[in-house]
Write a protein that binds this ligand. Structure first.
Ligand code: 5GP
Length: 172
């Protein structure tokens, strides 16, 4: 049975998300903001984030799937669900659960840029630098993690653990 080591409690997450939502609200007041959540992992974070914000925003989702295993897990990325809203000339914020190598994000940025948004920024619940392979910049980050495989708060391991209200490091 894998061991779960607590990293962030429900209260910790609440404070981190509230602070980030306040920054986004102040930066996007009077803008046509569209939040694009990256499925599946970001569904919990996006739903908390949007309810802590005090500016209006439209919501859409995209999904990318990475093929491979181990260190090369994100090398071969395919889009399995594209956007449905028209983002041309809109201010777009990608909402990710966790950025690791950055390859998924790089792929999604290139995809979304092809629809000519007015601006495109990144919000990630966790920015993990350990295995970064690209120079993508995370504009809004709730928490920086140095290492480890994290689960809970939408993040899975084999489709399990997404339901947990805190973040845990998985020790296999
Ligand atoms: P990247 O392309 O940045 O390497 O990986 C992005 C995706 O890999 C994330 O959206 C997430 O689905 C998965 N991922 C990366 N690191 C972790 C982690 O520590 N825990 C979990 N559960 N998923 C991760």
């Amino acid at each position: 049975m894998p061991e779960l080591i607590p990293v962030l409690s429900k209260n910790d997450i609440n404070s981190l998300v509230t602070r980030t939502a306040q920054r986004i609200s102040s930066d996007y007041r009077h803008h046509d903001l569209i939040l694009i959540g990256v499925l599946k992992g970001a569904f919990v974070f996006l739903s908390d984030l949007v309810r802590c914000m005090d500016v209006s925003a439209q919501i859409d989702f995209i999904r990318a799937f990475s093929y491979g295993s181990g260190d090369s897990s994100s090398e071969d990325i395919r889009l399995t669900k594209g956007i449905e809203l028209d983002i041309k000339n809109k201010d777009v914020l990608i909402v990710e659960d966790i950025v690791d190598t950055g390859l998924t994000l790089k792929y999604l940025i290139d995809y979304l840029k092809s629809y000519h948004p007015k601006s495109l920024k990144i919000c990630a619940f966790i920015d993990k630098h350990e295995r970064r392979k690209t120079d993508v910049a995370v504009d809004y980050c709730c928490y920086e993690a140095a290492e480890g495989f994290l689960v809970g708060y939408g993040l899975d391991y084999g489709e399990d653990y997404r339901y947990l209200s805190g973040i845990y490091r998985l020790k296999l």
